[in-house]
Design a binder for this molecule. Structure first.
Ligand SMILES: Cc1cc2nc3c(=O)[nH]c(=O)nc-3n(C[C@H](O)[C@H](O)[C@H](O)COP(=O)(O)OP(=O)(O)OC[C@H]3O[C@@H](n4cnc5c(N)ncnc54)[C@H](O)[C@@H]3O)c2cc1C
Ligand code: FES
Ligand code: FES
Length: 500
């Protein structure tokens, strides 16, 4: 029997613009943005979309990094729940300019980078966070930093120039203050499971995996929440009631990346930002995919576990991990279950996860010398957009011949799925143009994709086929044949097959 941890409710304790707050009485699903603009009257933080897409609500969130320092990140206040801030520090635009304009704000003024008061605070907070975390190094990094911020009038040029101006400015050394801040925040977070209750709703935030297992076993109908980049929208867009929630984002055991015997283990609460460099080390295509995954604020909060557990057919990581042959670690009470990731996705909206069971980690094998990998995301907008098709391929070679093929796709079916017929067409053959053409044809047996607002069925199938062709051309060294797959008629399939 699981032992129920101590779940006595406490107030939410955090720092806001350097001052202590203890909050009671706010429903746990109150967003940070509503709290800031409501009781705190900090209206410099704006609401544009309320779904993490425009960046107008960007604030800076700091928390202990686990080794005595402080980790800082930008966040979309519109989809962060207030109790998730327990033991964290929040800084808003009002606090940034408390001693006069910062160099960034001055650069924004001098570059004429602001026309409205609506998007500007979000851009400033986002660039400020990028500067503090050392993410601004060159023009591209400035563009990447603001890919989750929308401006509809000035244009991005002057904003990028302002960002570039501060990119070279030295970041203040805060190591001494950080140690004190880290200790103060840890004290605010408190020991054991943080429990909060208001208006008949409950929120739990365990800090270790055993307490998470026990808390979930005791509340199997609770909704788990990690970065809230999906769950936040259930509240702000679908107005769902979530009476009991368990926050896994404070669980230290789920925030580790470990490696053993050529396999990398990502704890479920590892964010996309934290995973990016390690994944890029497995293959550069994974780094590039994560660069284009949402905007920085979402990558700072969204987790690997959430991207898998939400079961979305258009999540970007699952096809990549399936192609690599990943396994999922699921825990319920004291029991650990390990399943091939592809088996976790049963049907649209159905995953192989029991009541009270949670995703603990995903194991991602590194590539062997005789394996070749490819991943590519197709979306309507290059940055910060959900995939129309996400393709990830891993081929194992015995000499010139394909001995194993794993071709995985998102956006092609109700779940992330392998193209088994196309894979079969490649086995036992060199991966040349003829084999690629046969596999592309076989893909029509694997998938009957949907037509929706992102893409038509025809477009999806043709794009999936063409991505395999692109992989074949890349592997054959025909680098000049890099194909920009930009539309359904961009590529003549027969011509490519015939030309091979
Ligand atoms: C503006 C925007 C852009 C986005 N762009 C992309 C994109 O480009 N590509 C993409 O793939 N996704 C995208 N997303 C979706 C989302 O960011 C990702 O799916 C993210 O990885 C979800 O992680 P999270 O931690 O925020 O999950 P949450 O919202 O906290 O949770 C998501 C689901 O997973 C469950 N859950 C969370 N952790 C666990 C766990 N450990 N065990 C079991 N269940 C768990 C929750 O109960 C919920 O059902 C975008 C979202 C937004 C708002
Ligand atoms: S209001 Fe648009 S991202 Fe928050
Ligand atoms: S300056 Fe605000 S939308 Fe462009």
């Amino acid at each position: 029997m699981p032992q129920a941890p101590n779940l006595s409710p406490r107030p939410i304790r955090f720092l806001l613009n350097g001052e202590k707050r203890e909050v009671t009485g706010e429903t746990p699903t109150t967003t940070l943005l509503d709290y800031l603009r409501g009781p705190e009257r900090l209206t410099g933080t704006k609401e544009g979309c309320a779904e993490g897409d425009c960046g107008a609500c960007t604030v800076l969130v700091s928390e202990p990094d686990g080794s005595g320092g402080i980790s800082r990140r930008s966040a979309n206040a519109c989809i962060q729940f207030l109790p998730a801030m327990n033991g964290r520090a929040i800084e808003t635009i009002e606090h940034l300019g408390r001693d006069g304009l910062t160099p960034l704000q001055t650069a924004m003024v001098e570059n004429h980078a602001s026309q409205c008061g609506f998007c500007t605070p979000g851009f400033v907070m986002q660039l400020h966070a990028g500067w503090l975390t050392g993410a601004l190094t060159d023009r591209q990094s400035v563009k990447d930093a603001i890919s989750g911020n929308l401006c509809r009038c000035t244009g991005y040029g002057p904003i990028v120039e302002a960002g570039l101006e501060i990119a070279g400015e030295p970041v203040p050394d805060t190591a001494a203050e950080d140690a004190a801040l880290s200790a103060g925040l840890a004290e605010m977070e408190g020991e054991g499971v943080f429990a909060y209750e208001a208006r008949g709703h409950r929120w739990y935030a365990p800090t270790n995996v055993d307490d998470l297992a026990d808390t979930y076993a005791a509340n199997p109908d609770a909704v788990l929440v990690a970065g809230a980049t999906d769950v936040g929208l259930w509240v702000t867009k679908q107005y769902r009631e979530l009476p009991v929630m368990i926050d896994v984002s404070h669980v230290r055991d789920l925030k580790v990346i470990e490696e053993a015997a050529g396999r990398v283990y990502f704890g479920a609460a590892i964010t996309h930002r934290e995973a990016r460099d390690v994944l890029a080390g497995i293959h550069p295509d994974l780094g590039e995919m994560l660069r284009r995954f949402a905007g920085a604020q979402i990558r700072n909060a969204g987790t690997i576990g959430g991207n898998i557990a939400n079961g979305s057919p258009i999540g970007d990581l699952p096809p990549c991990f399936i192609a690599l042959g990943s396994r999922l670690f699921l825990r319920k009470g004291d029991d650990l279950r390990i399943v091939p990731l592809e088996d976790f996705f049963i049907d649209y909206g159905r995953q192989d996860r029991g009541k009270g069971e949670f995703v603990a980690a995903v194991e991602v094998p590194r590539l062997a010398d005789n394996q070749r990998f490819f991943a590519h995301k197709i979306s309507k907008r290059f940055d910060s957009d959900i995939s129309a098709v996400m393709a990830a391929f891993c081929l194992t070679f015995d000499g010139d011949v394909v001995s194993e093929a794993r071709l995985a796709f998102g956006g092609m079916a109700g779940i992330p799925k392998r193209a088994k017929a196309a894979e079969a067409a490649l086995i036992g053959r060199p991966f040349d143009g003829v084999a690629a053409r046969d596999a592309m044809a076989a893909m029509a047996e694997d998938f009957s994709p949907l037509t929706d607002m992102r893409a038509s069925s025809d477009y999806r199938l043709k794009t999936a086929q063409n991505l395999l062709k692109r992989f074949q051309l890349e592997l054959s060294g025909a680098a000049s044949a890099r194909i920009a797959v930009v539309g359904p008629d961009a590529l003549d399939l027969a011509a490519i097959g015939g030309a091979a």
